[in-house]
Design a protein around this ligand. Structure first.
Ligand code: CA
Length: 228
């Protein structure tokens, strides 16, 4: 199945060029010509990657990015920023964009950037999440603090690390082996049973109904998946 890309860009010529280029490279491309439509489309359907111009009519790319992240959208976001505006880049990364490319660029540069981004995701080299919130839960991983409906929740060190790993890889299935390596670094005496027990503890503390978890899902025979 080909990867799905949403291109939010208001220059029709650039939309045509990039759509041709990305389609020829095997991606399925949809486009939106302003920020409002882009936001609507990104919320209505699932895209692997959103290419988001900053300067857009109706709603800026920064606003779109920020709203998508607040609403739990976990698509990769690549922002297109004007060279002169360093602040756009900095702000874009701060509000949850994964990467940026400055305009003007040669189309092959965009392809290379997309491939590098997808490679980082596949190799699990995404930067660990620092702060994250979903539903009634808020977590500050660096401070080790979590709340649910404003009330503090105590998470032990490994619980916090496990949650951080799952949240960093949100939307993706993570195997028990990967968790043993990524969270426990293959400590002796630790088995996949340890993973299951810690997942059960996290569910007990975070899920409204730990027996029917909504956010920390079991993927039968494989592992777990965090869904905000
Ligand atoms: Ca523009």
């Amino acid at each position: 199945m080909s990867l799905r890309i949403l291109l939010v860009e208001d220059e029709p010529g650039l939309v045509l060029t990039l759509t041709d280029l990305l389609s020829a490279d095997g991606y399925e491309v949809q486009s939106a010509l302003n920020g409002r439509t882009g936001l609507e489309r990104a919320q209505a359907e699932r895209f692997d990657l959103i290419i988001l111009d900053v300067m857009l009519p109706e709603k800026s790319g920064l606003e779109v990015c920020s709203e998508l992240r607040q609403n739990g959208c976990d698509s990769l976001i690549l922002m297109l920023t004007a060279k002169a505006r360093l602040s756009d880049r900095v702000n874009g990364l701060k509000i949850g964009a994964d990467d940026y490319l400055t305009k003007p660029f040669e189309p092959p540069e965009l392809l290379a950037r997309i491939q590098a981004l997808l490679r980082r995701v596949r190799k699990g080299e995404l930067a660990p999440v620092v702060r994250y919130s979903y539903g009634a839960v808020e977590i500050d991983f660096d401070k080790g603090e979590a709340t649910k409906n404003g009330a503090p929740i105590v998470l032990a060190g490994k619980e916090l690390e496990l949650l951080r790993y799952l949240v960093t890889h949100r939307g993706k299935v993570v195997s028990r082996d990967e968790l043993l390596e990524g969270v426990w670094k293959y400590q002796p005496g630790v088995s996949s049973r340890t993973v299951d027990v810690h997942v059960a503890w996290l569910r007990h503390k975070l899920e409204d109904s730990p027996q029917a978890p909504v956010n920390i899902q079991t993927v039968r025979g494989v592992g777990y998946r965090f869904v905000p």
